[in-house]
Design a protein around this ligand. Structure first.
Ligand code: ATP
Length: 263
């Protein structure tokens, strides 16, 4: 029996319950992989797969997302866009902003965002630890464009050894949260953010995202294939590209193959 009960979740979703079709699994490879397969087989928009345990949780660029049933919430949401919103690259930023809003509405404090896809938590030493990751995977067919939006959220401190600092919601002032309440709050904010995104693209959510961006106006390095690129982070453009003030002028950087770090 999975830790999450879809019926209880539906009651938490109230009037929005009809927009989601939720399946809770005890285990799967990756909720994104599972939902991509279901999307291919015709799953409706609003389908949600939540899993207690992922055996092959994924991050960007073939990286792993590590989770455990007791300390994590891992799920994916399928969304369809009839018309391609301009700058679909801003979608993972829009999702991050929605996630931050949901956690704050539940009472979490110290939430920040990092371009392009991380939700961070301010730590006592003035640094940040990763609280959640977002993995958006896009496909298109004759029905339009579909996005599988995967979220891995740490409810408690991860036990695995990770390359970068990580934290759980318990350190954001939300100990012993009810996972149904957390997931319902996130789905609610996602529905609102995705509707706005479909209408007006990331531009409509940009100010919201940027107000939480932890490296805003600060010196950063962009790490990619070649030499690191140094500059001052000017935030995200209306299409989600990172704006970097460098010695050679303002550069626009698209997500994908790069990582942002403080200088
Ligand atoms: P960056 O932009 O900082 O390079 P990323 O966006 O490439 O990071 P993601 O793809 O979002 O990172 O997530 C994968 C990475 O997150 C892994 O390489 C690992 O270091 C880290 N990670 C994996 N599981 C967790 C977890 N439960 N909590 C925090 N961090 C994690």
């Amino acid at each position: 029996m999975p830790l999450l009960d879809p019926i209880l979740l539906k009651t938490r979703l109230g009037e929005l319950a009809g927009r989601f079709d939720i399946d809770a699994l005890a285990v799967c490879d990756s909720t994104n992989s599972e939902l991509l397969r279901r999307a291919e087989a015709g799953a409706p928009a609003g389908s949600v797969v939540v899993a207690d345990r992922q055996t092959a949780g994924r991050g960007r660029r073939g990286r792993s997302w590590l989770s455990s049933p007791e300390r994590s919430l891992t799920f994916s949401l399928l969304w369809r866009f009839a018309v391609l919103p301009a700058g679909l690259g801003g979608l993972s930023l829009a999702v991050g902003a929605a996630l931050a809003r949901a956690l704050e509405a539940l009472g979490a404090r110290g939430i920040g965002l990092k371009w392009p896809n991380d939700v961070l938590l301010a730590t006592a030493d003035g640094d940040y630890a990763k609280l959640a990751g977002v993995l958006v995977e896009l496909t298109s067919d004759r029905r339009g464009c579909q996005a599988v939006i995967g979220i891995g959220l740490n409810l408690g401190q991860p036990v695995d050894e990770l390359a970068q600092p990580a934290a759980g919601l318990d350190r954001a002032g939300l100990a012993a949260v009810d996972r149904h309440a957390v997931l319902a709050a996130i789905l609610r904010e996602l529905a609102m953010a995705l509707d706005r995104f479909a209408e007006a693209g990331f531009a409509a959510l940009r100010a919201d995202w940027q107000s939480r961006h932890v490296w805003q106006e600060r010196p950063v390095q962009v790490l990619g294939e070649g030499e690191p690129l140094a500059g001052v982070c000017l935030g995200a453009d209306a299409d989600g590209a990172l704006l970097l003030q460098t010695a050679a002028g303002v550069q626009r950087i698209h997500s994908g193959e790069v990582s942002l770090r403080p200088a």
